[in-house]
Design a protein around this ligand. Structure first.
Ligand code: ADP
Ligand code: TRP
Length: 359
């Protein structure tokens, strides 16, 4: 946490347990970054409220993610770990930054369109385009008050920009799906700086150790592993459940001729194998696929054991950490104090340049 290190910040919404997608797409990178950067990792509980405002679940979900962060190896002595709602400066700056954000640009955000469609119960557009946007806007404006798209969902990118800008972070390790939000953050930062003639905010970029961002596939044959897709292997899954999930993964009838192209479900299993297994194991199954001797059952058994080798130590630690409430409280109290220090300093600058002064 020395001053001269570049500032890294990332967060995950508290909407359930973490899965292998979150682990390889985000969490494992957080752990690798913490020795070389000024790292700040938080639990986005305010963002979680945009889609799951269930008060009986929120706190438990925050606790889950916190324990999972720690169990995966984020070290509170090296990184600042905090809960978004413990930093009230974020909420105030969210109000202030919203004065510089256009509702049009927010409405054009892909994640907003997807989530608003879900909230209104309307399907995906036949094709992207202006005509569709017009119809979509009409749906939103005309929606009845009990089937509304909440304003928090619309302003989700403002809140995310504030998370980043209030800490003056320049590196934001996230999956590919979050890049549009980062682009908006850069635009808001530039706009604020130029409107007030200041150099307050640096522009943040995604960070992936030079490689291309991973997309962890689901077990159901297509698409990515995701909470709302219901196709996840969770870090917390016990071995019996995990083995069953892997053994049930979608495959095909097997290669009929040597060196056949792979179907998507089988390619997905190989992607998972590549993430979790040793190179010689992957090569063994690639060769077996190429000469048609592969038995998917053997591949799945191996895959389940190799995933378990990654998740079991994390799972054991999750259970221990969850039981230690006093430790969890200490971690987030210390994290909030550190996060608030920089947030308060940035907020004071923002208030000042916007002309909010004390009498
Ligand atoms: P989910 O899609 O399951 O709701 P989140 O949106 O909470 O997950 O994602 C938290 C972080 O994990 C983000 O940085 C996101 O890019 C990353 N992530 C989520 N799913 C995957 C996946 N299947 N592959 C790679 N990264 C992922
Ligand atoms: N929108 C991110 C997601 O869904 C979570 C998030 C909120 C975030 N604020 C952030 C990520 C700031 C990085 C930086 O995964």
């Amino acid at each position: 946490m020395a001053d001269n290190k570049e500032i890294v910040l990332s967060g995950i919404r508290s909407t359930g347990n973490l899965h292998l997608g979150n682990y390889y797409g985000a969490l494992s990178k957080f752990v690798r970054l913490q020795n070389d950067y000024d790292c700040n990792f938080f639990i986005a509980d305010l963002h979680a409220l945009t889609t799951s405002p269930d008060p009986s679940q929120l706190h438990a979900n925050v606790k889950n993610i916190l324990a999972e962060y720690l169990a995966a190896g984020i070290d509170p002595e090296k990184s600042t770990i905090f809960i978004q709602s413990d930093v009230p400066e974020i909420s105030e700056m969210y109000l202030l930054l919203n004065m510089h954000v256009g509702i049009g640009e927010l409405m054009r955000t892909t994640s907003f369109k997807d989530k608003a469609r879900k909230a209104l119960g309307i399907g995906a557009p036949a094709q992207e385009g202006e005509a569709d946007d017009e119809a979509f806007e009409k749906e939103i404006i005309g929606a009845s008050t009990n089937k509304r798209v909440n304003a928090g969902l619309l302003t989700y990118p403002t809140l995310m920009a504030v998370d980043i800008l209030i800490q003056k972070a320049t590196k934001v390790p996230v999956g590919k799906d979050q890049e549009q939000h980062l682009e908006l953050t850069r635009r808001f930062a530039r706009r604020f700086n130029s409107f007030y003639g200041v150099e307050l905010f640096p522009e943040p970029y995604n960070f992936d150790f030079g490689g291309k961002p991973v997309k962890v596939p689901g077990l159901d044959g297509s698409g990515k592993m995701g909470k709302s897709e219901g196709n996840c292997i969770y870090l917390i899954d016990d071995p019996k459940v995990l083995r069953k999930k892997v053994m049930r993964a979608t495959t095909d009838e097997g290669p009929k001729e040597p060196n056949s192209p792979m179907s998507e479900p089988v390619a997905n299993l190989f992607t998972l194998l590549e993430l979790t297994s040793a190179p010689d194991v992957v090569q063994h199954f690639r060769d077996a696929y190429a000469d048609c001797s592969i038995r998917y059952g053997d591949l799945k058994k191996q895959l389940a054991e190799d995933i378990l080798a990654v998740t079991t130590p994390i799972r054991d630690r999750i259970n221990d950490i969850m039981a230690d409430e006093a430790y969890l409280r200490r971690v987030v109290a210390q994290g909030a104090e550190r996060a608030r220090e920089r947030a308060a300093a940035t907020l004071a600058e923002v208030r000042h340049v916007m002309g909010i002064r004390k009498f």
